[in-house]
Design a protein around this ligand. Structure first.
Ligand SMILES: C[S@@+](CC[C@H](N)C(=O)[O-])C[C@H]1O[C@@H](n2cnc3c(N)ncnc32)[C@H](O)[C@@H]1O
Length: 276
């Protein structure tokens, strides 16, 4: 992230500068900014200042709504530069083609993606239940025996397949469009996974049955969840313990950590656990 205020010093009044959000994300060659309503008339100045300082930025978009819907898309509008919302983002040396208005993508999860990927061993079968454009699934396929990647958003799977080709792992990835529960049951993949990735923090608690269904004895699950400060980490552990009882299999918590902030006092957390 880059300080937007630094870029805008001298171009906006001190009062206006106070309204500018502190930082912005760069995804591929697209800068994604938040413009408060009071600065709407200055959005072009803000966008052009960004492009002047960051020569690699070819498009500036502003967020025009919250992350929403099953597909977890955060809509954006182009305010400067080329008229497109598709780009290629490089993360951990892998290339990810994506369209900000068609799929979920956060450039802030790179180190978390890498933490999980680094644990994968060559003989593993990995299930990524909420795969998006593949930031876990594609690097995982470089290391694992096989990756099953599922997403309900057809655009996410279209990009994931293209990204598999770009990164030369298409022979190790099976990609499916659909609700992960339906896809997994349809293919009768009972106890097939050595590792299950569940990055849908707003709803992953509702899909623990899917993880328990595909997990082999000894499989590791990476369970992402949103928690308020006062619920850390019990709110998420409670969900896992409830599932343990419901599905009659033991679990062991391996690791729990914060991996990003959603709002003041609200965290994205990950719990890694084993299913026996
Ligand atoms: C938070 S994104 C995570 C994407 C990717 N794993 C990442 O780390 O960037 C969650 C994804 O889950 C997908 N999704 C939501 N509900 C789903 C469901 N029931 N079955 C499969 N995918 C689902 C969304 O379309 C979205 O791409």
């Amino acid at each position: 992230m880059v300080s937007l205020k630094e870029v805008l010093k001298g171009k906006l009044s001190d009062e206006e500068l106070k309204l500018v959000r502190r930082s912005f994300d760069i995804i591929g060659d697209i800068a994604q900014v938040e413009i408060p309503e009071e600065l709407k008339s200055k959005e072009k100045i803000i966008a052009e200042a960004i492009m002047k300082v960051h020569k690699n930025v070819k498009v500036v978009v502003k967020k025009i709504g919250p992350t929403a819907g099953e597909e977890r898309i955060r809509p954006v509008k182009v305010i400067a530069g080329e008229k497109r919302t598709e780009t290629v983002h490089i993360e951990n040396k892998f290339k990810f083609k994506l369209d900000l208005n068609k799929v979920y993508f956060s450039p802030r999860l790179g180190s978390e993606h890498l933490r999980v990927i680094n644990q994968i061993k060559p003989n593993e079968v990995v299930f990524d239940l909420f795969a998006g454009v593949g930031p876990f699934a594609i690097p995982a396929a470089k290391r694992a025996k096989k990756v099953v990647a599922i997403d309900i958003n057809p655009y996410a799977i279209k990009y994931l397949k293209e990204n598999a080709r770009i990164n030369k792992v298409e022979n190790k990835i099976e990609a499916y469009v659909g609700d992960c529960r339906e896809v997994v049951k349809k293919h009768k993949w009972k106890q097939k996974a050595d590792r299950v990735i569940m990055n849908l923090p707003a709803h992953s608690g509702e899909f623990l049955d899917v993880a328990f269904y595909v997990a082999k004895k000894g499989a590791i699950v990476h369970f992402y969840y949103f928690l308020k400060e006062e619920e850390l980490f019990e709110g998420a552990v409670k969900k896992i313990k409830e599932a343990e009882k419901e599905y009659g299999r033991k679990t062991r918590i391996l690791n729990k950590k914060k991996c990003g902030q959603l709002a003041p006092r609200v965290w994205r957390v990950v719990i890694d656990f084993k299913i026996y």
